[in-house]
Design a protein around this ligand. Structure first.
Ligand SMILES: O=C[C@H](O)COP(=O)(O)O
Length: 226
């Protein structure tokens, strides 16, 4: 698979990436952490601007693993009309409780994507719990954006194990975490459904800077998606 997800923070960036045909536009505020949330109003406006031209996802923020606040945040983000709601699974004994608590929302039709962090002891046994809770997808990302990337923390064999486990569970898989264009040939053979990007697409590779249209063109070339 050579599908790509791009994280954007505002309507201007939505317009920039829409022209390039991304496979998912992911709405998040990079200044607020790995899965920083945008205001619901901004997400609503972005969903309206995108108008169904490509699938959308949005993050709920880097929340602690308390089931009630997480479910509340998921409901709020789902109400914006995004296709997928991304939930960070930070290492904590309460992750299984959160996954169980989210099941009713999955039953109601909210498409949930659990994000584990390569630099925060990801627990691959959570994949089967996500499956049981009716999640749609599972991603790996990095929580700390410090110059290291996904491959600094997990080997290709470990990433392959993740992709296989997610696929076996019938979920959609994604890999992200400060991925560079040089990582693409290493990761494509793993067969993840999506590769996710922001830093590599920003001016000077800084994820809090604005998107650089030239970098998006280079990404598409690296993915053979011209
Ligand atoms: O969901 C994907 C992430 O937003 C990727 O961002 P990053 O490349 O800055 O780690």
């Amino acid at each position: 698979m050579n599908r790509w997800l791009v994280s954007v923070r505002n309507l201007e960036e939505v317009t920039t990436v829409l022209a390039e045909g991304p496979d998912i536009i992911d709405l998040k505020e990079p200044k607020e952490g790995a899965l920083g949330a945008l205001p619901s109003e901004t997400i609503c406006q972005a969903v309206g601007l995108i108008g169904g031209r490509c699938p959308t996802s949005a993050t709920i923020g880097d929340l602690s693993m308390k089931p009630a606040p997480i479910c509340h945040a998921v409901e709020q983000i789902a109400a914006t009309g995004v296709n997928y709601v991304k939930i960070g699974l930070f290492p904590d004994g309460r992750v299984p409780d959160c996954l169980v608590a989210l099941q009713p929302l999955a039953v109601q039709g909210v498409s949930l994507v659990g994000v584990m962090f390569a630099d925060k002891q990801p627990n691959f046994s959570w994949i089967s719990l996500m499956q049981q809770a009716g999640f749609t997808g599972a991603m790996l990302d990095t929580a700390t954006k410090d110059g290291r990337n996904l491959l600094s923390h997990l080997s290709l064999a470990e990433l392959s194990g993740f992709v296989q486990a997610v696929r076996s569970g019938g979920l959609v898989s994604g890999l992200a975490g400060s991925l560079s264009f040089e990582d693409i040939p290493k990761l494509l053979p793993l067969g993840a459904d999506y590769l996710g990007f922001r830093s590599a697409l920003c001016c000077a590779g800084q994820r809090q800077s604005s998107l650089d249209p030239k970098a998006i063109v280079l990404l598409k070339r690296a993915l053979n998606r011209r």
